[in-house]
Design a protein around this ligand. Sequence first.
Ligand code: GRF
Length: 220
Amino acid sequence: MTLPIAVLASGRGSNLAALLDAHAAGNLPVAFKLVAGDKADAPALRNAETHGIPTLALDPKSFTSRGEFDAAMFANVAASGAQLVVLAGYMRIIDAAVTARWTGRMINIHPSLLPKYRGLHTHRKALKAGDVEHGASVHFVSDELDGGPVIAQTRIEVRKDDTEDSLAARLLPHEHRLMVACVAAIARGEVRERDGKVWFRGQPIAAPLGLDAAGHLGSP
Ligand code: GRF
């Protein structure tokens, strides 16, 4: 089975690049239907174009409200045929009417060990708190910012000399593996959301999944 997906991104697009690489290597059974965002000059959109994927940039300033912007954005997403929306560095809060319609069909990657540090500046917050461990989470999207049931997490140690930048840079390749593993597991029908819980291979999970050495999801 090939899962039609749309990726929403606002910037650099390294997570999108990781998905494209995995797809090119034959490790991701998806079809990229659309890459869309709120920034016309986002490198993520340029990269999608070079791969021949349809792109769309909508300018929030052209809309009178968040609801109107999101209605337009997600009308395009639906029209693309996507059955899963992947938020990969999409720096906008999404209207609750849309998140309700896409429950169980939209995921986000967030650079913290949720429920810690929702919102921005996650690396700064982890350092400030003196955490010895940091990480990233992929979760199904709900109407709460960086809320929704967590599918899986990846963890790294925080070093004594870490800065926000060094922590972000060391975490990024782990984020990419996590993102690819989660999208692959959903595409293969191994992961889904039901009743506000994540189900993995037919069972509700009690805690976020982790990644094994081969980059596959499993018990932490
Ligand atoms: C990543 O750190 C992701 O966790 C966060 O935004 C960043 C996006 O990076 N949501 P990129 O645009 O995929 O390179």
